[in-house]
Design a protein around this ligand. Structure first.
Ligand code: FAD
Length: 472
């Protein structure tokens, strides 16, 4: 009987393995959030994709470093915002998170420390602003909400098109706010975008102020590090993947029957190889598009859209510190971090949770952003001395507690940003969302920036590819 069963099952296995040997109809280049989202969503739509990733790990700019002493720290994406589509996956895959955080942070304004240790944002603002400053900020926030909602509902309306012409800095200056209110808005925005407020359009700034609008958004961190989100997505995607595959060339042709064929060339283990599919979703960061040979090339409008993007720059520093430092860092036993500074320290993230008394060491991190990351050519030894000096100025004695320092640099562009005259809402930019002879772009520069843009664009690309495959 057993023998009979085996004979009956055999043809089934042959059929399955013959099907498994079929090349996937879609190749996804890049295994960051956009690539993994596209792969997973295509699978949900019944389409198999083969993922090619240059690195020996998945996740791209979502990256958690684990240290020998059991500590870990993010050196890529820090916050997962409640309204980001990424948070839907956190819920769907039941990924445990730490206690949710608030978007508002402690700030250093004109040299003075305003720690956020109050129980509510209301009490924090009461301590930070006087009545007139508070009224200015609230009025502006309300106006910002109206403009943000308009951009979401209708895209680039005539009013928003006018605003897109000027920088966020010039827009805020036009209100003639108290310097403290302007500086607060500036600090809150610049750490989100990784760029100087003068270098981005008012429209892009409004889009990125989202987390402070409509009563503020909570932010989440995966327990054990945000790489847990990548692991969950990578597990949920059952299709084939090749790591250590650096794609250098993508050649597509359109056939007479309207279908497309793409040959993707990649280097692996020092050998140039190729793989064929019908469609390709390319999810590399915008500044890497230039280093891949695309035949046919992107359209002129698509290149104009890419070339208009300016870099949002980040550099992450992890200090491994003695937890005894908490006596100079905590205020009344409360955690005042993150603290926003304008200067070489950027966002002093500190630690998200106060460690238990039994713990001897903790990670204390900085997210340096914008022009202050331009010191990437400076020696790390010099930079460490300068940063510790800055930390000591604000928290005297901090450097005594530092056991080790680790730097994580992103050059030239950690996130995309849009200067005056541009935004992800304009027609030039919309061209990036159009298929180009079997090639579909996805990534955090295609529809908007950060994890939100990466996940959104990965989903949209998956839907388009599935629909186009069905059509032909
Ligand atoms: C320090 C830092 C902090 C951040 N903080 C936040 C935050 O708090 N909240 C938030 O929402 N966002 C944050 N971001 C932004 C967010 O991490 C990114 O926007 C998002 O992860 C981008 O995903 P992606 O898939 O578009 O690109 P990537 O993650 O860059 O993925 C692209 C992948 O393509 C691969 N690749 C590149 N070239 C090739 C090639 N030639 N062949 C094959 N593969 C290739 C890369 O190795 C990479 O894995 C932060 C980013 C950084 C750097």
């Amino acid at each position: 009987m057993k023998k009979l069963l085996k004979l009956w099952v055999l043809p089934f296995f042959i059929a399955v393995s013959a099907r498994a040997a079929q090349p996937a109809p879609v190749i996804i280049v890049g295994g960051g959030l956009a690539g993994l989202t596209a792969a997973y969503e295509l699978q949900n739509l019944g389409v198999t994709a083969h993922l090619l990733e240059a690195n020996d790990r998945l996740g791209g700019r979502v990256a958690t470093m684990e240290y020998e002493n059991g500590l870990h720290g993010e050196y890529g994406m820090h916050e997962i915002w409640a309204k980001d589509p990424l948070y839907e996956y956190v819920q769907k895959f039941h990924i445990p998170t730490t206690k949710p955080g608030e978007p508002y942070s402690s700030v250093f304004i004109h040299g003075k420390y305003h720690p956020y240790i109050q129980d509510t944002a209301e009490e924090y603002f009461a301590a930070l602003f006087n009545a007139e400053q508070r009224a200015q900020y609230d009025r502006w926030l309300k106006g910002c909400e109206v403009l943000y909602d308009e951009s979401e509902a209708k895209g680039l309306t005539p009013k928003l098109a006018e605003l897109q012409k000027i920088s966020f800095a010039d827009w805020i200056k036009s209100f003639d706010f108290s310097p403290k209110v302007s500086e607060f808005i500036r600090l809150s925005l610049e750490c989100e975008i990784g760029a100087d407020w003068a270098n981005v359009s008012a429209v892009y700034g409004i889009q990125q102020y989202r987390v402070f609008l409509h009563g503020t958004e909570k932010c989440y961190h995966a327990q054990g590090g945000n790489k847990k989100v990548i692991e969950a997505l990578a597990d949920a995607f059952k299709g084939p993947r090749t790591l250590g595959a650096l794609v250098t060339r993508i050649v597509r042709t359109k056939k007479a029957d309207g279908t497309t064929e793409a040959v993707v060339y990649y280097q692996k283990d020092g050998v140039m190889r190729s793989m064929t599919a019908q469609k390709v979703i390319l999810t590399v960061p915008y500044h890497i598009l230039h280093s891949i040979q695309l035949e046919p090339p992107l359209t002129d409008t698509q290149w104009q859209a890419v070339d208009a993007i300016v870099p949002g720059m980040y550099q992450v520093v992890h200090f491994i510190i003695d937890t005894a430092a908490n006596k100079i860092l905590l205020i009344d036993g409360k955690n005042p971090f993150p603290a926003l500074t304008r200067g070489p320290l950027g966002v002093v993230y500190g630690f998200s949770d106060i460690p238990p008394a039994s713990q001897k060491e903790e990670i204390f991190s900085l997210l340096i952003h914008g022009d202050y990351t331009r010191t990437y050519l400076e020696s790390r030894d010099k930079m460490r001395v300068r940063l510790l000096d800055e930390m000591d100025k604000r928290w005297p004695g901090f450097s005594k507690y530092v056991h080790a320092t680790h730097f994580y640099g992103y050059h030239p562009a950690a996130t995309p940003a849009w200067p005056a005259g541009h935004s992800p809402l304009d027609a030039t930019h919309a061209s990036l969302r159009e298929a180009n002879v079997g090639l579909y772009l996805a990534g955090d520069y295609v529809s908007s920036s950060h994890a939100e843009g990466a996940v959104k664009s990965g989903r949209v690309a998956a839907e388009k590819v599935a629909a186009d495959l069905r059509a032909h």
